[in-house]
Design a protein around this ligand. Structure first.
Ligand SMILES: Cc1cc2nc3c(=O)[nH]c(=O)nc-3n(C[C@H](O)[C@H](O)[C@H](O)COP(=O)(O)O)c2cc1C
Length: 206
C-alpha cells in the first residue's frame, strides 16, 4: 500500500446506492464534459458513490467495478476535497476494500493541482477532484512492458464509470489529461512508485 500517512485518520463513506431511477442509456445520453460548477458543496454520499463507481468493490475476492488486467488493480484513487460539508478540505486516499477515505494531506489542494494542469478553470471551480493514479509495477510483474498500456486503459475504464455515475447523480465532471506529470506528482506528494494518470473535477453544474 503506497499511501501510508504518518497518522491514519479515517472517514467511512456511506454505503453506495445500488439502484437509481435513471437507466444506463439515459446516463450515456446525459454524459457530457461539464467544466463550470456552482460554488456549492457536494455531499459525502455523492463523493462516495463516484469513488465506488470508479474503483469500488463489486464482487467476491475483491473484484471491482472496472476491469483490470490480471485483476492486479494498479489504480489508486485520491480525492482532493474543497467543498463538502461532511469532510474537511484535504487530499484523501480511497480504500476500496473498506470503502473509506484516509487523509493523505490536509488543506485544500485545488490551487496546486490546477497550477500543475495549465490552471484550467474547471479545476479551480470544482467542489472536489478525483485523481486517478497508478502503481504500474503491480501490473508489470505479470505483463512486463505492456503494463503502461494496460494502466492507461484501466484508468479510462475507471474514469468512464465515474463520468456515467456523475451523469446519473446530476453532477458535472470532465476528464482532464492535460497536466505536467512531475508538477502534479509533487502537488499530490505522491510516493515514488505512484504516477498521476487522470483528473476528474466534480461539481454541481452551473
Ligand atoms: C484523454 C483525454 C484527455 C482530456 N483532457 C482534457 C483536458 O485537459 N481539459 C478539458 O477541458 N477536457 C479534456 N478532455 C475532454 C474532451 O475535451 C471532451 O471529452 C471532448 O471535447 C468531447 O466532449 P464530451 O466529453 O462532452 O463528449 C479530455 C478527454 C480525454 C479522453
Amino acid at each position: 500500500m503506497p499511501f501510508v500517512p504518518g497518522r491514519v485518520q479515517t472517514t467511512p463513506l456511506p454505503q453506495p446506492q445500488l439502484e437509481n431511477t435513471i437507466t444506463l442509456e439515459q446516463a450515456l445520453l446525459r454524459r457530457r464534459s461539464v467544466r463550470s460548477y456552482q460554488p456549492v458543496p457536494v455531499t459525502l454520499a455523492a463523493l462516495g458513490q463516484l469513488l465506488w463507481a470508479a474503483q469500488g468493490i463489486s464482487g467476491r475476492e475483491g473484484f471491482r467495478t472496472a476491469p483490470s488486467a490480471g485483476a492486479l488493480y494498479p489504480l489508486e484513487v485520491l480525492l482532493a476535497v474543497s467543498r463538502c460539508d461532511e469532510l474537511a478540505p484535504g487530499l484523501y486516499h480511497y480504500r476500496p476494500l473498506s470503502h473509506d477515505l484516509v487523509l493523505w494531506r490536509p488543506r485544500d489542494h485545488r490551487p496546486t493541482i490546477a497550477a500543475a494542469a495549465l490552471d484550467q478553470e474547471c479545476l479551480h471551480e470544482a467542489a472536489a477532484i478525483l485523481v486517478i493514479t497508478a502503481v504500474p509495477a503491480r501490473t508489470a510483474v505479470k505483463y512486463g512492458t505492456r503494463a503502461t498500456r494496460y494502466v492507461h486503459l484501466e484508468a479510462g475504464h475507471a474514469a468512464q464509470n465515474a463520468c456515467l455515475q456523475a451523469a446519473a447523480l446530476g453532477l458535472g465532471t470532465v476528464t482532464v489529461g492535460a497536466f505536467d506529470d512531475m508538477a502534479l506528482a509533487e502537488a499530490l506528494a505522491l510516493p515514488e512508485a505512484v504516477e498521476p494518470v487522470y483528473l476528474l473535477p466534480v461539481g454541481v453544474p452551473v
